[in-house]
Design a protein around this ligand. Structure first.
Ligand SMILES: [Zn+2]
Length: 169
């Protein structure tokens, strides 16, 4: 069975920064990546690079930042009034809001975002809402662990089910 649309794929990969060789993340045998192929849940160029592969096949390829998480955009850096982060007593929770912290936020439309704290002053918190991998050229290498047809339920839901897939509660 080869990787194509409407197949569920399980694989292990190691992701490094293509320029520096620095490791960014790596899946494990106990916790591989599991996904429904061809529904746009992962980087399109990643899908193109593993198309037609089968169990046991290995892969290694680079994806330029503009085809991965895009370039860093200064418009994604925001000054947020400090009182947004104050509790009811006007105190800042310094265990959650500190330089370098990644903080879950939501925008005016209720979309969930993650911002990285760049700077804190008495008046503002400067946050970067760029994806942490924006501006980074990626290099993936790994091996295909499992390829199977998606179930009707998975196709209906648009995601893979299973130990490392989507869980319904
Ligand atoms: Zn589901």
């Amino acid at each position: 069975m080869t990787i194509d649309a409407n197949m569920v794929v399980s694989l292990n990969y190691k992701l490094t920064n293509h320029k520096t060789g620095e490791k960014i993340e790596e899946t494990t045998a106990e916790n591989p990546m599991l996904f429904l192929y061809g529904v746009g849940s992962i980087i399109p160029e990643f899908e193109e690079n593993i198309h037609g592969k089968k169990v046991g096949d290995s892969f290694s390829f680079a994806i330029a930042s503009e085809n991965a998480y895009g370039e860093k955009n200064d418009n994604q850096i925001a000054m947020i009034p400090i009182n947004v982060f104050h509790d009811e007593n006007g105190n800042l929770n310094v265990s959650e809001i500190f330089t370098g912290a990644i903080v879950p936020m939501s925008d005016n439309e209720g979309n969930h975002l993650r911002g990285t704290v760049l700077e804190i002053t008495d008046e503002i918190v400067k946050m970067d809402f760029n994806h942490p991998l924006a501006g980074t050229d990626l290099f993936f290498e790994g091996v295909i662990l499992e390829v199977r047809p998606a179930t009707e339920e998975e196709l209906e839901h648009g995601h893979a089910h299973g130990p490392n897939g989507h869980h319904h509660h």
